[in-house]
Design a protein around this ligand. Structure first.
Ligand SMILES: Nc1ncnc2c1ncn2[C@@H]1O[C@H](COP(=O)(O)OP(=O)(O)O)[C@@H](O)[C@H]1O
Ligand SMILES: O=C(O)[C@H](O)COP(=O)(O)O
Length: 488
């Protein structure tokens, strides 16, 4: 029992927190690179491709996962590395103090507090641009890219100012734009995004090592595609801004950039017939599938039935809360027909093998369903929270309406360890949470409506159901774990 008398669900909470940790650990960037990058006879071998190293190479990087990647590459490359420069989230060294001292040739610039581009990130972006600009045809540039890179490589196209850029990102995000929409706009407003970095690097050879944080792993969207040829219809960004009713009130500087066609200096000699840069090799080194598989193995070892249902969850959190609550209710009631019918309604892609496994489960025994992806939140309140905490709370309130009061738990966590502008990665909701919190004088509904999920979970049961990891040093979107235990 927690000291304030709130019933605590020790075993379920531990299992969920452990499964989440296992998932996050499986996508530790240094481990992912260790398996993929080798130095062999003057060549850099990456995932079966060879790049000659006639002289020491260069690294630049930006994102939540590039610190570990840079550390690993420094040790693989040794004297074959000339210089490395990366931008990393502010506060990441609190969790990894030892790495800073171990890096010999890598300069780290911390920026983008709360995932919003800032002066420090701009300073880093300028230094990265200048380093890359100085490279020549026989140089090799390794670009480390991961989610969070968009905020950590900001260089607004003139005359756009940094505060204007910050405003548009905040507004789009709080109005519920998804990452594809957000980064489509960013590509058009930034010098280095949408292929800008690759253009500046030309003609040197560029090898980009990318950890995917976007549903479906689209290279042009992850960190806003700095080394991927820009091929959007230029009016798309304006359509997105109109969709969220933001275009009319934009400053003239942003409108002027959006209304002029995007400046591209690439020539046909530089581009393959299928629209790729000839001098660039974009290589994905990891995705959320690694994380879900690791969690599943862990859950199976703990004698739970387990199925991975989707890697592509992308939906508004309010709708998603309802879906997960209905799914939980059907599972605990053992209604396979309802489960199948519900899964038939979702707007995101399902994993066929996982769904097949699920419909053959013994519904009278304990089970866990794994989902991954990146939902969105329309923030209307003035509270503090993030989409994972909002989802865990919303789910619990939805379950309450069905009078489901036991044996169902749900973890929603961001694998980067930071959910919105909070110090939590996410939270655990459960059947009975809404009722129990009310008995302790905390009205969960009010917190949900005010987008104040962080304050709710911080207060309730002394924060037991908050997921706190700090910066994890990686990022493969969010993980949702639905645990049902009909046996107890
Ligand atoms: N108070 C809040 N409650 C719920 N969600 C919020 C709140 N404030 C911001 N968000 C959401 O948090 C998301 C941004 O969080 P963040 O963890 O930085 O995402 P990511 O790491 O994917 O960029 C946006 O979807 C935004 O709508
Ligand atoms: O972690 C993040 O900030 C999001 O996943 C978006 O990152 P990106 O725009 O750099 O891909």
């Amino acid at each position: 029992m927690a000291s304030n008398g709130v019933k605590c669900h020790g075993k379920a909470v531990d299992l969920l927190k452990n499964a989440f940790s296992v998932a996050v650990r499986s996508v530790t960037p240094s481990t992912l690179l260790r398996n993929k990058v080798r130095l062999i006879d003057g060549h850099l071998a990456v995932a079966g491709r060879n790049f000659p190293l006639s002289k020491p190479c260069y690294i630049v990087g930006f994102g939540k996962a590039v610190l570990g990647m840079a550390q690993e590459l420094e040790s693989v490359l040794g004297d074959s590395l000339e210089r490395a420069l990366i931008t990393v989230p502010k506060g990441i060294f609190l969790n990894y103090p030892e790495i800073r001292g171990n890096l010999l040739k890598t300069i780290c610039i911390e920026g983008a507090k709360d995932n919003i581009p800032d002066e420090d990130a701009v300073r880093g972006a300028i230094q990265i641009r200048d380093l890359v600009d100085g490279l020549e045809e026989n140089d090799l540039l390794i670009v480390l890219i991961s989610g969070g890179g968009s905020a950590l490589l900001p260089l607004p196209k003139p005359p756009i100012t940094l505060p204007e850029k910050q405003d548009i990102i905040r507004s789009l995000s709080r109005k519920g734009a998804d990452i594809q929409e957000l980064n489509t706009v960013r590509k058009q407003l930034s010098v280095l995004k949408g292929g800008g970095l690759a253009e500046i690097a030309y003609p040197c050879t560029v090898v980009s090592l990318i950890l995917s944080d976007v549903v479906g792993d689209p290279l042009d969207i992850i960190a806003s595609g700095p080394t991927t040829l820009y091929s959007d219809d230029p009016s798309r960004a304006i359509r997105i801004l109109n969709k969220y009713d933001l275009y009319k009130s934009l400053p003239i500087s942003i409108k002027s950039v959006l209304e002029s066609s995007p400046a591209t200096s690439h020539t046909n000699q530089n581009i393959t017939d299928n629209g790729q840069y000839k001098h660039v090799h974009n290589i994905i080194i990891g995705t959320n599938k690694i994380a879900t598989e690791a969690a599943k193995d862990y859950v199976n070892e703990n004698n739970f039935q387990c199925a991975i249902i989707s890697h592509q969850v992308q939906q508004d959190v309010e709708e998603l809360s309802k879906f997960y609550a209905k799914l939980a209710k059907s599972l605990i009631e053992g209604s396979v027909d309802d489960v199948e019918a519900l899964l038939g309604t979702v707007p995101f892609k399902l994993e066929k093998t996982g769904v097949d496994d699920l419909v053959h489960f013994d519904f009278s025994k304990k089970m866990m369903l794994i989902f991954a992806g990146e939902p969105t939140v329309v923030v209307k309140g003035k509270g503090i929270g993030g989409r994972n905490q909002q989802l865990a709370l919303g789910f619990s309130l939805e379950l309450n309406q069905f009078h489901c009061r036991k044996n169902i738990w749900f973890l929603s966590g961001g694998t980067d360890g930071i959910d919105g502008p909070t110090d939590a990665a996410g939270a655990i909701g459960f059947a009975g949470l809404a009722q129990q919190s009310l008995e302790h004088g905390i009205d969960a509904e009010q917190y949900l409506v005010n987008n104040d999920s962080y304050r709710f979970f911080s207060q309730y049961a002394e924060g037991l159901y908050l997921l706190k990891t700090g910066h994890t040093g990686t990022n493969v979107m969010d993980v949702h774990l639905l645990l049902i235990d009909p046996e107890n």
